[in-house]
Design a protein around this ligand. Sequence first.
Ligand code: SAM
Length: 238
Amino acid sequence: MGQVRLYLDRELGEGQTISLAREQAHYLFAVMRMGPGDALEVFDGRTGAWAAEVAAAGKKGGTLAVGARTAPLRRPPDLWLMFAPIKKSRTDFIVEKAAELGAARICPVQTDFTNAERVRRDRLQAHAVEAAEQCGGTFVPEVAGLARLSDVLAGWPAERRLMFCDEALAGPASALPDEAGPWAILIGPEGGFSEAERARLAALPQAHAVSLGPRILRADTAAVAAMTLWQDRLGDWR
Ligand code: SAM
């Protein structure tokens, strides 16, 4: 098994003593069976990753001693993944893969045909944290609250391009314009996009409607495929 990694939501620094919350103590001492003197890596999403050691372990808490920095903060490119929430397990999958593949921000959006009325933002954020912990990440993308797509598009930032994945274009995969800078990807729900949404997106100069190939993909597959294409063409895989 690789080294245990733990995200801590506070700015870290060498020499700090960190008190653990109950769930963190449970994870380290009951699940991972760690004890005093055991080493792990901690990260805060702000300053990078740090060596740490268990100083005290208890059933309801414990402390960590923070040592030297082991890695700098590696931010992903400025890419938002916007998607319409689907079934719980598939939505969890989208958030996990977005964090792994390098999204800077994850934005659930309610579209005309979205099935979910609500999302548990705290649960989705915990999935993003877990993905970063397990993949050696030093950055955790923020999961935004559910917003209406129409509202998001009404206030769309002038400088951000939008890769609009439109199932109506299914066919040969489209090339993305070779434009660096802030981007977002938009993935629709099981029911796809409405004609009103397509018209709204067609009128947005920053939007580039794209095909993800000849087959209609499930939304979770489409999110992974779109992020892969974007990272390969414009992101930090180059
Ligand atoms: N109900 C729609 C239909 O039958 O045409 C399919 C929606 S698909 C399950 C969910 C989302 O994945 C779409 O809204 C789109 O964003 C994306 N998607 C799936 N396949 C795609 C493709 N070949 N090209 C572009 N986007 C695609």
